[in-house]
Ligand binder design. Structure first.
Ligand code: FES
Length: 576
């Protein structure tokens, strides 16, 4: 980070607007066409407000107003804001999964910033994949950038019950399938679960990643915990707009504060929150964009020493609105400050330690004392073995304890459709001790590695009172989900990973304490099965999907496109 202040003629946008040649005549005349005189922008930092608003993204439905608040802050601080729409990754609506498009938004963000006269950027996101995508693109372009998190929606309600996004859907859907919830009650649930703008208010991927972004130094302190509907959220947006202008003058760029230490801070934060397993894939991709060589083993090592102190669903009892009133992320981090690298810098120019100093917990049932942690350590574990040579992850805190050391016979589904067609078949040879295996649900196989990893419990077992089973797949799982689900198995079955070789009845051993996932089949038999295995045909024959399948990396590598990884410089555009 430069300690000196930039001069106006050193601004990147000066290359577009700083001379009077023929090409720049076009830039000035077209700015005039938009109603701007030179006094509006000459010599000022031009701030791209990257807005992922869309009619289809309910979580970002307040972003038209927030963009105006960001712009107000930019104007006030002497900058010139330009709103630039980017693709919305609307978690619920986009199929087969927003994960197929995370790298597209990352690429779009990077190229918007590269190709236009931009000196700094405000990144507006929050719905699941939008946060990692925006950060990845901004880190790669490495212009001054600040993240404006969407904020969680207000708590849901049904009758006298609080409802959490996702988590309570899975819970009540299981009860409906078990015959304990009527159609009328189901409609009441639908009516009350999402009642304001903002992202999912459980500790799903959205809350995990916006909090991780804050811990990594990418937001103003406290920003990630503010509910979207709270007036403080709008004021945070304006503050963010004011701050980015100063960041441009100070030349404070993402790679000045995304370091091995700040990445560790983000991981510890996600673990202390009981965050989504999806954050593992996203954090690896984010870190590698900054040149930090993050691997799965780092998550396991940090998990062992990090207590889960956020009593938030799905691991706990409360919701993000309660978390905000309890003091929010700053309060949580101040309670685990000994586990953090406090000297890491952040977007406001201060260190993480300075930003969390003095933060208080106002409700010790929401942000738990260390000695009352939901889990004292290892809320996430990385498994290896002959079934997952490159690793797999499990969230032990979200599973029934009896299943964490379990050996059972496999019930194999060749893909999602096979699973959907047979899971409730009364003739399915499945018991509570079976291990459900879903193949071809990974980055290439599904494609897009959807959140199919929480396979439903077969109806006949639900009726017997079974609510958890060991489930194994190369898919992801929603952060709002729970259960003994082994996820992200790498390499994936579609690419010939050992998961492709599992047959019905094979014994599978899961031992979380030993970090082991073993297929109890001899090497000779596996070699025979491998010789007979046929590589499936590619999922796409044209379009974006072809680019995706040619360049997507496996889950343990972060599922980035191989040509977007790393920190190799990309040339600035010529201005002709
Ligand atoms: Fe947007 Fe959950 S649907 S965060």
């Amino acid at each position: 980070m430069s300690a000196t202040r930039k001069k106006p003629e050193e601004l990147r946008s000066h290359r577009w607007f700083g001379s009077d040649d023929m090409r720049q005549f076009g830039h000035h005349s077209r700015a005039a066409q938009m109603g701007y005189s030179r006094a509006d922008y000459a010599g000022k930092p031009i701030i791209a407000v990257i807005n992922t608003w869309s009619d289809i993204n309910a979580c970002h439905s307040h972003f038209k107003q927030r963009a105006e608040e960001v712009k107000r802050g930019v104007w006030q601080a002497g900058g010139f804001p330009l709103e630039m729409p980017a693709i919305a990754l609307a978690e619920v609506f986009q199929k087969p999964t927003t994960m197929l498009y995370r790298n597209l938004l990352a690429l779009e963000t990077e190229e918007l910033l590269r190709s236009y006269p931009v000196d700094g950027a405000v990144l507006m996101g929050g719905c699941d994949k939008s946060t990692p995508a925006l950060l990845m693109g901004a880190i790669s372009m490495n212009l001054p950038a600040i993240f404006m998190p969407a904020g969680p929606m207000l708590s849901g309600h049904w009758r006298d019950q609080e409802l959490g996004s996702g988590s309570d859907v899975w819970k009540y859907w299981a009860e409906k399938r078990a015959g304990n919830i009527s159609d009328k009650q189901w409609l009441e649930l639908e009516d009350g679960i999402a009642r304001s703008p903002g992202h999912c208010m459980t500790m799903g991927t959205a809350s995990t990643m916006t909090s991780a972004a804050e811990a990594m130094g990418f937001t103003l302190p406290g920003a990630a915990s503010i509910p979207a509907a709270d007036s403080r959220h709008g004021r945070m947006a304006a503050d963010t707009g004011r701050r980015i202008v100063e960041m441009v003058w100070a030349d404070l760029k993402p790679r000045d504060f995304i370091t091995a230490g700040s990445v560790d801070n983000a991981i510890v934060t996600a673990l202390a929150l009981g965050g989504s397993t999806n954050s593992v894939v996203h954090m690896i991709a984010i870190a590698r964009r900054a040149g930090v060589p993050l691997t799965l083993d780092r998550f396991d090592a940090l998990a062992r020493g990090t207590p889960l102190v956020a009593n938030i669903r799905p691991a706990g009892a409360h919701l993000m609105e309660d978390f905000f009133y309890a003091g929010g992320l700053r309060a949580l981090l101040s309670g685990i400050s000994d586990l953090l690298s406090l000297g890491e810098r952040t977007v406001n120019g201060k260190t993480l330690g300075e930003n969390i100093a003095g933060a208080e917990v106002f409700n010790h049932d929401v942000i738990l004392p260390r000695d009352k942690a939901l889990v004292s350590g290892s809320s996430l574990a990385v498994l290896r073995g002959n079934l997952a040579p490159d690793g797999a992850v499990i969230k032990p805190a979200a599973a029934e304890a009896r299943l964490l050391k379990h050996t059972g016979p496999a019930v194999v589904f060749a893909d999602y459709n096979d699973m959907a067609a047979r899971i409730d078949d009364p003739a399915l040879p499945v018991t509570a001790d079976s291990v459900l295996v879903l193949q071809n649900a990974g980055p290439l196989g599904a494609p897009g590695m959807p959140e199919w990893g929480q396979l439903p419990i077969p109806k006949k077992l639900l009726a017997q009172g079974v609510r958890d089973m060991v489930r194994i797949s190369d898919a992801r799982m929603s952060g709002t989900s729970y259960g003994a689900c082994v996820l992200h198995v790498a390499p994936e079955s579609f690419a010939g990973g050992p998961l492709a070789l599992v047959h019905d009845g094979d014994l599978i051993e899961l031992d979380v304490d030993a970090r082991k996932l073993e297929l109890k089949v001899s090497d000779a038999e596996l070699a025979t099965r491998r010789a007979a295995w046929k590589k499936p045909a590619p999922r796409f024959e044209r379009g974006y999907g072809v680019l995706y399948q040619q360049h997507i990396t496996q889950a343990d590598q972060g599922c980035d496109f191989d040509f977007l990884e790393g920190t190799a410089p990309t040339a600035e555009p010529e201005i002709h």
